[in-house]
Design a protein around this ligand. Structure first.
Ligand SMILES: [Zn+2]
Length: 217
């Protein structure tokens, strides 16, 4: 290829690709703060969350109702959710499921704080989980997904699931507990809602070191 042609192609190709990019665009349609009641206990740490969902998917009511209950579960560690930003996204259908390559592209296009919980339609991952948490330890090959949680529609015991996955992110650990009633049991269920003192200490220390929790001064 001669040099002039190559130079022309370098400049023209992005312009030729532009209409395809516009069709594939990812946009924030709305951002607002969710009002959450404060618990009665004085917290030792504050948590700010971002909750992202898609037009035509999850509803704010379902998200809010589950998050209120999850907040009560995190209170046992002295953690209070003091800010929860609800972000409505518009994006092509391929981004509505959890699927590592598409979800990496989605997350990297969005200027959102962390941790972010993405409320998605489904998962195209194998094995297929109702919810996945990506901390520091399991984001090496997919850094855009660091400190995020992905929850599919229809996940059972959503309040437990959200608290469980958030705990994975905050502790930066994929470990599960075999202790009866523990929130970190592999099987999420309404009665599995307890975190031990050791788990809470690890959660607070790791998340504070990673900038995901702010100690109350
Ligand atoms: Zn788990």
């Amino acid at each position: 290829m001669n040099r002039l042609l190559r130079t022309l192609l370098v400049f023209l190709l992005p312009a030729l690709c532009a209409p395809a990019q516009a069709e594939d665009s990812i946009a924030i349609r709305d951002r607002r703060e969710l009002a959450l009641e404060r618990g009665t206990a004085r917290p030792s740490h504050h948590l700010s969350l971002v909750l992202a969902y898609f037009e035509g998917g999850w509803t704010p009511e379902v998200i809010r109702s589950a998050l209120r209950k999850s907040a009560r579960l995190l209170e046992q560690c002295g953690v209070a959710i003091t800010k929860a930003e609800l972000v409505l996204l518009a994006a092509p259908a391929r981004f509505h499921d959890f699927h590592t390559p598409d979800s990496r592209e989605l997350a990297s296009a969005l200027p959102l704080g962390k941790p972010t919980i993405y409320f998605v339609a489904d998962t195209r991952q194998q094995p297929a989980f109702d919810a996945e948490a990506i901390g520091r330890g399991n984001s090496g090959t997919r850094p855009e997904l660091k400190d995020t949680v992905w929850v599919v529609r229809g996940a059972r015991d959503l309040d437990i699931v959200l608290a469980h996955e958030l705990a994975h992110v905050l502790m930066d650990s994929g470990e599960h507990s075999v202790e009866p009633g523990n929130l970190m049991r592999e099987d999420t269920a309404p009665q599995n809602n307890y975190l031990s003192g050791t788990q809470c200490a690890r959660l607070r220390d790791t998340a504070t070191a990673n900038g995901l929790l702010q100690p109350v001064r």
